[in-house]
Design a protein around this ligand. Structure first.
Ligand code: T1G
Length: 698
């Protein structure tokens, strides 16, 4: 008997308890155990009904994602589910936690389903580049109708149990917390009523509109761009409406296997684990005691400070927000309230929660207002002088043990820590704008940052709904440091012959939400312009100056969307970038001034010259220890910069799609052609190529 599925009885009810922590994933032993248990109880004259329940924190949360890509072992999940639905005894699935993917599909093989009210069910395979491959696309529509099922499978969202009950996915909610007792009682009641062994497969699908599938394809076109899974999901649900069950299952299998063997799914399955691994710090044990965080303080109520404060209020953590002037404080709080009200209007939160969240935010004009805070994050003006003043004051006011964090996007965290007598308590927390929306949080460990501070901040990041990545102190940390490489080559290519719309299209087609020039117009071209004016950029950097075109654009006041023109022109309020002959003339004029003869630049060259230098910089980042692993870099880029998740991340893509030797040889090609040391392959890249290894093997 498998210990992955434990058998017991209560009277004439057989109980199968799944025992595969942490999430009862459907590993081979679990599938075998369920099938064997169903067959055993099904043939037992002393058993009238069977309850299938998950041990621990959740019912089955899906297939074991780690098994994909390996030779199949154990019973096929569809056979397990068929054994359940053809069992001669009534089978009741007892649900709690997160019955997801194959977990919900298994439950749909039962004749009845009961659940704790806190349960959330769903079919999130789309996030893995897959589709429900164990009958979910055929059974769910039979319970809920095609439209609801299509939305649920395309979104992969978690469905709360009460909603699932309303839609017929669940038959009854079990009040209290004794799910097993409730499920056994439900099974006994069904037996007493001589209830039928109701197979979902025997139901018929309601197709609400014959145009459902065509309309859905139109509706998802933008967000599903570049992905495969959504389109196959639509075909599966269509098959559920048009074909007998067994033929629909065959169609589902075909379309599932097509995805399972795709690069997109391999990338998204990699990314699923990468995001979880990134939260783990290699030299900080998971059981490192953390500092209790009951209250937070934010310095600065501007765009960033206000957004950061919202993250804490959203997590139910009281937060005090400090500004120097009452007017700025009032403006900051008004913006926060407006953000909440807009979210409530869009149905993203309950209207009554606006007041609850606002009540958690306390304004103050004095540093004393922060003296009891467990963590204080500054989001003030981005100059070292201002940071110095802030941290000297914090050092005097903050209570012992308070964590002092800077939201700097690239200044030296070690220098900032040196302005206090407690550098061990200082860490960087680089939020991305808008801070209440963007998931990525680059946590920057200084030389002196204590390990318990790191453990606390990495855990706190998840509590406030962020995806944390630990990075080291270097200019631009990980994301912006690599972005700069892409920006330099994009600028050079404008001088050499390309136009903004060509460069942007190559990266848009690759899967980015927008290209570098549309992004610059969105962020404001004047941001970089002011930095270049201030930092003697031309001398300071070790690469040829790349700001000529950008400066020429800015000198004409073309700061981007906010001025109605930048690299593109805009018919505001429409934000669609429109190629502008004026910009073409500016660029051609700049090339002439630089003595460059413009030439046609291929899309392939654009792709290589924007993305390969990013990978090369990633190699330097790894060699310097500025990121723990290549997966950390990928998590930064997928969550902070719109790298398409179906391409895994820059380092995964380099390892598994392009190949490090191809990248290395291309860098050498551009170096030899240009003589520019910019192209020198990183020593680590060279080493890996020589050894035939990947970044992921470091
Ligand atoms: N397979 C293997 N490991 C899994 C796993 C899974 N399905 N789900 C979670 N883990 C690991 C995870 O890596 C972590 O490991 C630990 O469990 C806790 O997870 C046939 C083909 C269930 C909502 O997509 O959404 O079924 O880091 O940190 O925040 O049609 O995990 O501790 O070593 O995320 O409380 C479909 C994926 C699969 C659900 C819990 N199912 N999981 O969240 O904990 S494909 C899914 C989740 C499929 C069928 C198809 C979440 C969670 P470690 P965690 P959490």
């Amino acid at each position: 008997m498998s210990d992955a599925v434990l058998r017991s009885t209560q009277g004439r009810i057989g109980i199968l308890t799944i025992n595969n922590p942490p999430v009862n994933a459907l590993a081979a032993a679990v599938r075998d155990g369920i099938k064997a248990g169903i067959e055993a109880f099904g043939g037992d004259a002393n058993i009238d009904a069977i309850v299938l329940i998950g041990g621990g924190r959740t019912f089955i949360a899906g297939a074991d994602i780690r098994e994909f890509g390996k030779p199949p072992q154990g019973a096929n999940l569809n056979d397990v589910i068929a054994a359940m639905e053809n069992c001669p005894k009534i089978v009741v699935a007892a649900l709690h936690g997160t019955p997801l993917g194959g977990g919900l599909e298994t439950a749909l093989g039962a004749h009845y389903r009961v659940a704790l009210p806190s349960t959330r069910v769903g079919l999130p395979e789309v996030h893995l580049g897959l589709l429900p491959g164990a009958g979910g696309t055929q059974r769910l529509p039979r319970l809920t109708g095609a439209k609801y099922a299509l939305d649920a499978i395309l979104s992969g969202r978690h469905i709360p149990a009460p909603e699932a009950k309303n839609k017929g996915i669940i038959d009854a909610l079990v009040e209290g917390d004794d799910l097993l007792a409730g499920a056994v009682a439900h099974a006994q009641m069904l037996v007493a009523q001589n209830a039928p062994r109701r197979r979902v497969r025997d139901l018929t699908v309601t197709l609400e509109s014959p145009d459902l599938f065509a309309e859905t394809e139109k509706a998802i076109a933008r967000r599903a761009r570049g992905f495969k899974a959504p389109w196959n999901i639509i075909k599966c649900v269509q098959a559920a409406c048009e074909l007998p069950f067994d033929e629909g299952m065959k169609r589902e299998r075909e379309l599932f296997v097509e995805l399972l063997t795709s690069q997109e799914s391999a990338a998204q399955r990699y990314y699923f684990f990468a995001e979880r691994e990134a939260a783990k710090v290699l030299d900080v044990p998971a059981d490192t005691p953390q500092r209790p965080i009951k209250t937070a303080g934010i310095i600065g109520a501007g765009t960033m400070g206000g957004g950061i404060a919202m993250n804490f209020a959203n997590a139910g953590i009281p937060v005090t927000i400090l500004e120097a002037q009452q007017e700025a404080l009032d403006r900051g709080l008004k913006t926060i309230r407006t953000n909440y009200e807009n979210t409530a209007k869009r149905g993203g939160m309950k209207a009554e929660d606006v007041e609850k969240r606002m009540a958690l935010i306390t304004p103050t004009l004095s540093y004393d207002g922060l003296k009891d805070c467990d963590v204080i994050i500054e989001a003030v003006f981005e100059t070292m002088e201002v940071k110095e003043g802030v941290f000297k004051k914090l050092d005097a006011v903050a209570k012992p043990g308070a964590i002092l964090a800077t939201n700097t996007s690239g200044l030296d965290v070690n220098q900032i820590a040196s302005y206090t007598n407690r550098p061990g308590d200082v860490i960087g927390m680089h939020f991305f704008s808008p801070a209440n929306v963007m998931k990525l949080l680059e946590n920057v460990r200084g030389k002196a940052t204590e390990k318990d501070v790191i453990a606390t901040v990495m855990s706190l990041s998840k509590k406030i709904g962020k995806i944390p990545v630990l990075v080291g102190v270097c200019e631009g940390f990980v994301g912006n440091r690599m972005l700069r490489m892409r920006g330099i080559q994009s600028a050079y290519m404008l001088e050499e012959g390309a136009l903004p719309q060509q460069v942007d299209k190559v990266l848009y087609d690759f899967g980015f939400p927008m290209g570098p020039f549309a992004m610059s117009d969105l962020a404001g071209n004047d941001v970089g312009w002011r930095i270049r004016q201030g930092k003697n950029e031309k001398e300071k950097r070790n690469v040829r100056y790349s700001g000529y075109v950008a400066d020429a654009i800015c000198e004409l006041g073309r700061f981007g969307q906010k001025t109605g023109s930048g690299y593109f022109k805009y018919n505001l309020p429409d934000r669609t970038p429109i190629p502008d002959p004026e910009v073409e003339a500016i660029i051609e004029e700049t090339s002439k001034k630089l003595g460059i003869t413009r030439r046609a630049i291929s899309d392939q060259e654009i792709l290589e010259r924007t993305l390969y230098p990013m990978v090369n910089e990633g190699a330097k980042i790894l060699a310097e220890g500025m990121a723990q692993r290549s997966l950390d870099i990928d998590v930064v880029w997928v969550n902070g910069y719109g790298w398409p998740v179906y391409r895994g991340g820059p380092m995964w893509w380099a390892d598994n799609v392009v190949g490090l030797k191809t990248i290395h040889d291309a860098l050498m090609k551009y170096r030899d052609a240009s003589g520019d040391p910019f192209w020198e392959p990183a020593p680590l890249l060279k080493k890996l190529v020589q050894e035939g290894k990947k970044f992921s093997q470091l």
